[in-house]
Design a protein around this ligand. Sequence first.
Ligand SMILES: NC(=O)c1ccc[n+]([C@@H]2O[C@H](COP(=O)([O-])OP(=O)(O)OC[C@H]3O[C@@H](n4cnc5c(N)ncnc54)[C@H](OP(=O)(O)O)[C@@H]3O)[C@@H](O)[C@H]2O)c1
Length: 247
Amino acid sequence: MSLAGKNALVTGGSRGIGRAICLRLASMGAHVFINYVSNSAAAEETEQMIVAAGGVADILGFDVADSAACNDAIKDLIKNFGSLDILVNNAGITRDGLMARMKEDAWDAVLDTNLKGSFICSKAAARSMMKKRWGRIVNISSVIGFAGNAGQVNYAAAKAGMQGLTKSMAREFASRNITVNSVAPGYIVTDMTRELSEDIQEKIKAEIPLASLGNPEDVAGAVAYLVGDDGAYVTGQTIHVNGGMYM
Ligand SMILES: NC(=O)c1ccc[n+]([C@@H]2O[C@H](COP(=O)([O-])OP(=O)(O)OC[C@H]3O[C@@H](n4cnc5c(N)ncnc54)[C@H](OP(=O)(O)O)[C@@H]3O)[C@@H](O)[C@H]2O)c1
């Protein structure tokens, strides 16, 4: 139970990869705060799963792209529970389309949620971490931020931006014993990838040396390593969890 006594906020913790991270951190002893934006039923289900497994969790709904809502929620968490020790910036969306036809609102929505949201949440969380001289921030980026992808200029730019954010924060906060790393998943089975047609999923599998899509738990394992005792000397790094599709 290496995270006993730690408070952990997982943005987008209601479903998919975020849910698996919530369950994993709770199993390590953290008090987990499950963030969501619209699907309260999914957030409640995640909370029930944690409680059923003997863990401790609360739900904290807010839009990560709304800086006032984000700051208020994190301030209240710190006031009511004493500190925020672990932040996983996982909330993310896609608004795919070829660049020639992409509207600016699709660009803004993806950049605001995936990149600006990570900046806002990290800034709010870092105040508490700096005071305690201990903190762990993990940004969930993507293989697309490294390899690029036709039809995803907005998503690729946001995820590549998260890499720069990760390294710069790692340098700024290291002296306060706060580590900042990223985990870059490949294709993982969640609602986000269930949207892809069978045909596209088969084409993707053909590009993956391990020949299958990953599971949310594969990503949660990498996060667990980075926030747990074993990852204490690791900062500014990226763990790629992608079945070998990008090396
Ligand atoms: N699945 C993949 O193959 C894959 C690959 C690489 C990277 N990733 C990244 O991994 C992360 C999780 O992906 P996923 O596949 O698990 O996605 P998902 O199943 O679509 O779930 C998205 C989660 O983000 C939350 N969310 C979306 N917009 C939000 C906002 N503005 N404020 C707060 N929460 C918000 C959703 O909340 P609600 O439930 O309320 O909608 C949900 O919990 C994302 O950052 C994604 O880019 C995924």
